[in-house]
Design a protein around this ligand. Structure first.
Ligand code: CP
Length: 333
């Protein structure tokens, strides 16, 4: 493995093998496995979990890491191609990225979408431009439509809790948020649950349908793995016998890049805040998932987040364990 970018680049067997490695490293630690190895972490977008869990994962395997982000006292970075750099930015990513990559044995890059053009973001063009500047193993730490580390950790979390794959019902629900958010997590999550062979329901209000390309990819993965994918705006129907509700807000796809249009659509949707009545038709033991960070009282109530349904802390903890396996596989084969 030279690149960890899209979970579905791996077969289902390869994903389960990575998770077996994660479990082995958890129970039989290898504190010198990556001794002398260096992980470069380039954060062009903010983070708490991804930043901390990658540094912890690398340390636990005996390696080291360094972080570069625009908030540090680095030179201002320019990303536009063909620009005459007579403004504030003193360094172009065309030099900065290969230099950062050259100091390590593996590099992780996070770069959120600018969300101006849906087709551009669906092609993950921003991330691919950065990836083309790197000649060491590469980890996508979240781009316009990918978040493979989150998906691997979420898959592990469901395995740990014996949530059924085939026959398990997974509801990916849009939730209210005052701002338009990226498509990376919902895009990665719907495909992850489909590849795990689950019966996936995307629950969303009109205007927030996931892009057709993402739904087609998810449907293909589901049919290859014994699952299914449907989309609905009907909460009760979606939640019928659900094992999991995974809440996440995302941008309106019908008003992508149109701030006013997006705000107009979402302003009447504040009741899309996950609360106990949502679970009426679900399985009694239906669990609540979220990638974090989450806005309490906006996306989900305190009662759910602090109650027995919530597995958000396990998910976040599994980020470190899953990433240990990814680093081990990338650097040791
Ligand atoms: N879930 C996740 O990626 O968290 P951070 O944005 O804090 O890294």
């Amino acid at each position: 493995m030279k690149r960890f970018n899209d979970l579905s680049d791996l077969s289902t067997e390869e994903i389960e093998s990575l998770l077996k490695l994660a479990s082995r490293l958890e129970h039989e630690p290898e504190p010198r496995a990556l001794e002398g190895k260096v992980l470069s972490l380039l954060f062009l977008s903010p983070s708490l979990r991804t930043l901390a869990s990658f540094q912890a994962a690398m340390s636990r395997l005996g390696g080291s890491s360094f972080v570069i982000s625009p908030e540090m006292s680095i030179h201002g970075l320019e990303a536009r191609p063909g620009i005459v750099m007579d403004g504030a930015a003193a360094e172009h990513i065309r030099e900065a990225v290969p230099v950062i990559a050259s100091y390590g044995d593996v590099i992780g890059i996070r770069a959120f979408a600018e969300r101006r053009d849906l087709e551009y973001d669906l092609a993950d063009q921003e991330f691919e431009n950065l990836a083309s500047l790197v000649n060491v193993p590469l980890i996508n730490m979240e781009s316009a439509i990918q978040h493979p580390c989150q998906s691997l950790a979420d898959w592990k979390t469901m395995n740990d809790l014996d949530i059924p794959s085939q026959g398990g019902r997974f509801v990916l629900s849009w939730a209210y948020h005052p701002k338009a958010l990226p498509l990376a997590v919902p895009s990665a999550t719907v495909r992850m649950a489909a590849q795990r062979g689950m019966d996936v329901v995307v629950l969303r209000p009109p205007g927030f349908e996931l892009p057709e390309k993402i739904m087609q990819d998810a449907s293909r993965l589901a049919s290859e793995n014994g699952g299914s994918v449907i989309e609905t705006a009907d909460r009760r129907e979606a939640m019928e016998d659900a094992n999991i509700i995974y809440a996440k807000s995302w941008s309106s796809t019908s008003n992508y890049g149109d701030h006013t249009g997006d705000q107009d659509l979402r302003e009447n949707l504040v009741d899309w805040c996950v609360d106990e009545p949502w679970f009426e038709s679900a399985r009694k033991d239906c669990r609540f998932m979220h990638c974090l960070p989450v806005r309490r009282g906006v996306v989900v109530t305190d009662q759910i987040l602090d109650g027995p349904r919530s597995i958000v802390i396990q998910e976040a903890n599994n980020r470190m364990k899953a990433q240990m396996a990814v680093l081990h596989r990338l650097l040791k084969g």
